[in-house]
Ligand binder design. Sequence first.
Ligand SMILES: *[C@@H]1O[C@H](CO)[C@@H](O)[C@H](O)[C@H]1NC(C)=O
Length: 607
Amino acid sequence: MAPYSVTAVSFLISFYASISSAQAITSCPSAETTFTSPSDLSYKSCPGTDYEGPTAQIVPNTANAAACVELCSNSTPCDKSVYDNSNKDCHLKASDTYGLRWTRNTRFTASRRVDVGNVGQWGPLINLPVIPVAAFVVPTDTNRMLVFSAWGKNNFGGAGGLTQFADYNWKTGSASQRQISNTKHDMFCPGISSLQDGRIVITGGSNAEAVSIYNPLTNAFTRGPDMKIQRGYQSSTVLSNGKIFTVGGSYSGGIFNKPGEVYDAGSNTWTLLSGADPSQGMLTPDHEGQWRTDNHAWLFAWRDGSVFQAGPSKAMHWFSTSGNGNISEAGVRDGANDAMCGVNVMYDAGKIFTAGGSQDYTDSPAFNRAHLISIDSPYQPATVEQLSGMRYPRGFANAVVLPDGKILVTGGQKRSLVFPDTDSILPAELFDPVTKTFRTLTEEQVPRNYHSVAILLADGTVFSGGGGLCYVGGGIGGDDRNCNRAVDHANGQIFSPPYLFNSDGSKATRPTISAVSVINARAGDSIRVTMGSNSKASFSLIRMGSATHSINTDQRRIALTDVTQSGSSYTVRLPRDSGVLLPGYYYLFAVNGNGVPSVAKTLQIRL
Ligand SMILES: *[C@@H]1O[C@H](CO)[C@@H](O)[C@H](O)[C@H]1NC(C)=O
């Protein structure tokens, strides 16, 4: 029966499994009633049944089953409730993560949300030891993410020479805190890019010259060579040749024109590219001045060492990274506005989705404007299509591309404002690049604005977290008594997109990848993928992400279209160009005919 606290979940599940005699059911044995809440959530109530398993909250003296469902619809997250008809208690059930059992029991009426197949479902709030201002997936151990803030778990200011991390395992829910001081690098506001061998290169930020390199195999950080130019709020991307390009970043390390430079992991050196000059059109005329104008470039590495810059400036550009580098025009994304801290993601080869942002970094109305951009040959103009626009304007939002090619946009606020949560947008949105439409999804529990992240996990769910972090003028040990802790969000939630559910709200059956012939491959190779069944599947590779400040240049999805099927075995030819299939670690997903994704296998792409 129902009244358990979530604190003793594992004990209770095993306890219950051993004493419950009731047979689990999969459909309602009697007539169901439908309930639509004032906020348009839809539920079905099944009299004479119970959800056995942990209860998050009990509300006594509830009038009837319909009132209990309404209470559930007003709580986040609550997708299932059980009404006790004999003592009038309403049990708001804990997340399905804990495996509720549906059983017959005449004493109860069990109600479930049935529109999760349309709007998705947020899991319970996950508390973390630090505010996840930045996050990356550990390439060789995809159950883990490393998240980090600054020298403080909830504070930043000055160059602290150390960084607070948390090592979070989304599979087990465990999170441990970790202080990284050996690289003498306060990694707040950095560029982040992953190398082909899975090492994560974190550049600049509060210690603006410094470079820290995380090795997933040793789980250790080492100091890399300093950049030629000090930077903060620069972006970086791995290139088709495996090197890393970075540009801009006047937020820290001095306010001046900051041309690009390239890191070669082989020689462990940086080379300045004086011709890759952001002043030739990439700057946004920010109302706070030059330190904001070269921030967070939307960089997409492409063929032959080229880099396409899609924003945040209205004008788009190509960077060449050979010789001294250069910059050339690629057309105009948006004739009306720049889009600082808008979202941008390559959802298929050469296809880029962009949305939101604001004209100025802060204190500036956010846009709902959205575009699809296509690129093909380097240094040629891009093609731009303006979309109907997101349902909500969003500044400081995040975007994640899903295995089926749809794009999830989470968080943000109607007016970009560091740091308050004013006018936060809690519902997520899903963009379908085939129908070119946006769909509103269910609401997140916590605002996710400035300093928030979102990142795709290997099971096709999405981690969304962070927001806040207080500026302390004196740096480490400074006076933080005036910090507004109400906007600090040292937590996250995991979103299960609609594709994980059937139309009646039950969990969809997922396809399984039982084997992949290789653990690493090169662009152009054929690989063999064995599925758990003969039914039709399509495949995509999604490069594992690293996110901070609405930027995730590591993320990219490439649909695998050169496929031949023989029973449950597929031969998949990878794209031939390393500028399309950038080196590094990818999730390999299969998606079945109903649009349901598998859990990913890991595939490393080498040069
Ligand atoms: C930039 O460099 C690339 C690659 O070397 C070259 O193809 C292109 O013509 C150059 N563009 C300009 C404007 O110099």
